[in-house]
Design a protein around this ligand. Structure first.
Ligand code: FEO
Ligand code: CA
Ligand code: CA
Ligand code: CA
Length: 647
């Protein structure tokens, strides 16, 4: 390796010592781009000369620069590798609800070894909690939360067989009953919460409590609704589907509804015969629909999931779905105008003229970022029925000069009709040259400045080449060479991208961008881009930023879903965690560490902002019930010991 920047040198010192470089190799270019990112952050992080070159003009007029740094109201805690949760000393945590806890008094009782039986499996809190939002329904705290997927080896422990003679493998559904149980544990839970002397709890039997599963009836709006590619034998209208799938991150609308985001929907489908060819088959290749799926085996017991029988069924998943938490009888709506891809979350902003903007990421290596802009403005108390139906979908392009543009996915620009732009959105975005990204996870809009952030979690194949020396591509053939916002080859750590729309208007198509942070490990990689940006220190190491919310004070809450081995490149990072970052100074402190094996994902606040709700997904045993019990995903509460607000 050539000379890299020692961690103790400022960029200026390093710059003076090293220019001009004797030769430029690939790795140098990566470093240069990475440091250019630091330069753009100059106003925030004072990285030095790079700011003058890259950023000075771009930052003009930024409201963020006029902001004062946000006070991070706690001391950062140490990394942990144990099986429980840690928070700063002046905070307390408690379990609110676990997978299998009752929503209704007729729910089956949890069995510590076998969990919940199929009968009544839709009467309990679902598994693998993820995105969530809280709503004020006549003064009640109503929590709406996703259950992303099932850990089948835990759920199907009763049917597991150790020998090779049985049809049932451990964790593989061997009956329609097994399938139904898994379908019931996923989707969305709506539940009323109440706080008493003993803390927060679910209001069992609240009339607002509801489970939405893989079987719940839904309707479609938008350009794909009713299209022939959406029609099936069970639904010849192409207007009504059953269920919502792989509900990952969340969002909300200004009119008080919940947005659930269908991510890895492809994994639920399989085939007993041949896969379709032609346009439908090409779509399968782009979206990863295969003969075996992810092992859910639904297709062995339900022709709806057998794509050799029902080839259009996968077109009916992969959407943004709107749910009204105030009306348990309401039918969830799949809004096709917002595109079909592996939706992570949906973060809204309002354009300066009041139009609704929804930012969205497609979480797969080398896929894209999107935004929706409604045709009509949002008016409080006005008609909101068109705001997720009529408008324009855009895909993001990023230039290395720290500018970018949202490119409209129109029929003219893509050569596709409106229904196909909706159904095969990835293909439409490829057609306009959208920028391949390092797996866009959650996007968060800063309520105190005209800017938004996206966690680019990692991309182990970024910049990698095949045997012929060609750079690897996404599933659509778009190359994943190192590029501006994705500056590192073999990116195992991830970064958080930030953009500021032109004229501080989220409705604008032009923006400038920088990297808020590149995660890294300066104790293992003392120099170079894998050390991370200077706001990464030995005290706040993390990898794979994923969940993210920005609170009303402007503090950025970052949740991780990464390598928790605490070894090698990940030494010192410990378990997955939640950190808080100041958007202005760039300082980041560790707030919470999750139990071993878990991902920390999903965050919202009580209506009075005195309690934070944090999701713990796929923990290892013994969390949270102790030895001898199945591990259970759970939502925990975090409060300040002094009862003050936190967010
Ligand atoms: Fe479900 Fe991309 O996380
Ligand atoms: Ca995620
Ligand atoms: Ca993730
Ligand atoms: Ca996850």
């Amino acid at each position: 390796m050539t000379e890299q920047k020692p961690h103790h040198l400022t960029f200026d010192e390093w710059d003076e010592a090293n220019f001009p470089r004797p030769e430029v190799q690939d790795f140098d270019r990566v470093v240069e781009r990475a440091i250019s990112r630091r330069g753009f952050l100059g106003g925030a992080l004072a990285f030095g000369s790079g700011a003058a070159v890259m950023g000075a003009g771009l930052l003009k007029g930024s409201t963020a620069l006029a902001q004062s740094p946000v006070t991070i109201p706690f001391e950062g805690i140490a990394a942990q590798t144990d099986g429980t949760i840690h928070v700063p000393e002046s905070y307390d945590w408690d379990v609110l609800v676990r997978w299998g806890d009752p929503l209704f008094s007729d729910a089956p009782e949890w069995n510590p070894q076998t969990g919940i039986p199929t009968e009544g499996s839709d009467r309990v809190f679902g598994e693998n909690t993820d995105g969530m939002e809280i709503f004020d329904v006549n003064g009640a705290n109503v929590l709406v939360v996703n259950s992303e997927y099932t850990n089948n080896d835990i759920n199907l422990v009763g049917t597991a067989t150790a020998d090779g003679d049985s049809v049932a493998e451990a964790g593989t559904p061997s009956s329609a009953d097994d399938v139904l149980r898994l379908q019931n544990f996923q989707g969305v839970t709506v539940m009323e919460l109440a706080e008493g002397d003993a803390g927060w709890s679910v209001v069992v039997d609240s009339p607002l409590n509801r489970r939405i599963t893989h079987l719940t009836p839904m309707t479609f709006t938008g350009p794909a609704a009713g299209h022939e590619l959406m029609q099936t034998a069970a639904d010849p209208t192409g207007m009504e589907s059953l269920g919502t799938f792989n509900n990952c991150g969340s969002g909300r609308t200004p009119w008080g509804t919940y947005l659930t985001c269908e991510e890895n929907f492809n994994g639920y489908f399989g085939a007993t015969g041949d896969l379709p060819t032609g346009e439908v088959g090409a779509g399968y290749a782009r979206y990863g629909i295969s003969v075996d799926g992810f092992g859910y085996n639904y297709h062995a017991f339900d022709a709806r999931f057998d794509v050799s029988e029902t080839p259009n069924e996968p077109h009916r998943a992969g959407w943004i779905v709107e749910i009204d938490p105030a009306n348990p009888e309401s039918t969830p709506i799949k809004h096709t105008a917002l595109g079909r891809f592996k939706h992570e979350n949906a973060a809204y902003a309002l354009a300066n003229d009041g139009r609704l903007v929804v930012y969205m990421g497609d979480d797969e290596r080398g896929e894209f970022m999107y935004k929706w802009v409604s045709a009509n403005p949002y008016e409080e108390g006005g008609d909101t029925s068109t705001l997720l139906v009529e408008g324009q979908l855009f895909a993001a392009t990023f230039a290395d000069d720290m500018t970018g543009e949202w490119v409209a996915l129109t029929e003219e620009a893509t050569g596709m009709d409106a229904a196909r732009i909706a159904i095969f959105t990835r293909t439409a975005a490829s057609a306009v040259g959208a920028t391949t990204m390092d797996r866009p996870e959650w996007i968060a809009v800063n309520p105190t400045a005209a800017e938004a952030y996206c966690c680019l979690t990692n991309n182990s194949r970024r910049g990698a080449t095949n045997d012929a020396g060609e750079v690897l591509t996404n599933a659509g053939g778009d190359p994943m060479e190192v590029n501006g916002p994705n500056p590192r080859e073999t990116n195992d750590y991830g970064q958080i991208l930030r953009w500021r729309p032109e004229n501080d208007d989220h409705g604008a198509v032009d923006f400038t961008w920088d990297l808020y942070v590149m995660a890294g490990n300066p104790t293992v990689h003392t120099e170079g881009p894998y050390a991370g940006t200077d706001n990464i220190t030995a005290g706040n190491l993390f990898n794979s930023p994923d969940g993210m919310m920005i609170d009303s004070t402007g503090l950025i809450w970052i949740q991780t879903d990464g390598d928790d081995s605490n070894e090698g490149d990940f030494e010192g990072m410990g378990n997955n965690q939640m950190l808080a970052g100041d958007p202005v100074s760039g300082e980041i402190r560790r707030f919470l560490t999750g139990p071993k094996g878990s991902e920390v994902t999903g965050l919202t606040w009580s209506l009075d902002k005195r309690t934070m709700f944090v999701g713990i997904q796929h923990p290892a045993a013994p969390f949270p019930d102790g030895e001898g019990s199945l591990p259970r995903s759970a939502i925990v509460t975090v409060k300040r010991a002094d009862g003050e607000m936190l967010g």
